[in-house]
Design a protein around this ligand. Structure first.
Ligand code: AMP
Length: 249
């Protein structure tokens, strides 16, 4: 069974995100970029399925500029068998990414496609769901546990107020939640080995996908600055401030 895993290159989660001075988006020049954390979880889950003998091949897919090769090399160093870059310098919105991933899925025919639940840069939480709609495959979103047996996937999903466990047929799209697993670290010998693993490049044109943006970003602004806090002497002073300064009680 083949597993496909989608990988988005995003601003590293430790970096303080800055808005471009013209308000057109987020500054990415000279900023540390990394694999979207939910995609690290997706890679880890696919590797664990391979180690358990359920999956025979793990293929990592990324869509974006040439620099995404570096992120795919990280996936290869973690243990993916090969990688595919759908290379484009166009701005990619979730619908375009879903169409590209669908085209790759058509070529690769995986039984399971593991996608991050959301990208930490745009927080869209759309790609996995739209990929399921486009492929017509089963979907289980926000997975915190995954078991595969008898051609079915049993997925525990994080839902409001608890956990829901569902059984779906394969092929399926699974989106990863934070508690699914704890990703392993990349080791130096594996970084060296990853350099020799296959990384193929495709283009949206070759896949017959129109990636033109359908949404227009009007403006991006920084969140308003938080005011510094203050210490109060006692509960009475706190109540006084809440009543007379903040006027919330
Ligand atoms: P989003 O819908 O943008 O929040 O992204 C959800 C997930 O879709 C990510 O965690 C990735 O697994 C996948 N994804 C989004 N954009 C890309 C991309 N450019 N290349 C590959 N995978 C992507």
């Amino acid at each position: 069974m083949k597993a496909l895993v989608s990988i988005k290159r995003v601003v590293d989660y430790n970096v303080k995100v800055r808005v471009k001075s013209d308000g057109t988006g987020v500054e990415t020049a000279n900023v540390k970029m990394s694999m979207n954390p939910f995609d690290e979880i997706a890679v880890e889950e696919a590797l664990r399925l391979r180690e358990a003998g359920t999956v025979t091949e793990v293929v990592a897919v990324s869509c974006g500029p040439l620099a995404c090769q570096e992120t795919l090399r990280t996936a290869l160093a973690l243990g993916a068998d090969r990688a595919i870059l759908v290379q484009t310098d166009e701005e990619l919105q979730p619908l375009a990414v879903s169409k590209l991933l669908k085209a790759v899925a058509d070529k690769e025919a995986p039984q399971i496609f593991i996608v991050g639940k959301q990208a930490i840069d745009d927080d869209s939480n759309q790609t996995g769901q739209m990929l399921a709609a486009l492929t017509g495959w089963s979907q289980a979103t926000f997975a915190s546990k995954l078991k595969i047996a008898d051609g079915k996937a049993e997925v525990t999903r994080e839902v409001d107020g608890g956990l829901a466990t569902i059984r779906i047929s394969l092929p399926a799209i699974i989106t990863t939640d934070l508690r699914l697993n704890e990703p392993r670290y990349v080791t130096l010998p594996n970084i060296m080995k990853a350099k020799k693993k296959p990384l193929d490049t495709l283009t949206p044109e070759a896949l017959g996908v129109d990636v033109k943006p359908r949404l227009k970003t009007l403006k991006v602004v920084e969140p308003s600055k938080r005011k510094a806090g203050a210490k109060v002497a006692d509960a009475a002073a706190l109540v006084d401030k809440l009543r007379n300064e903040a006027k919330v009680i």
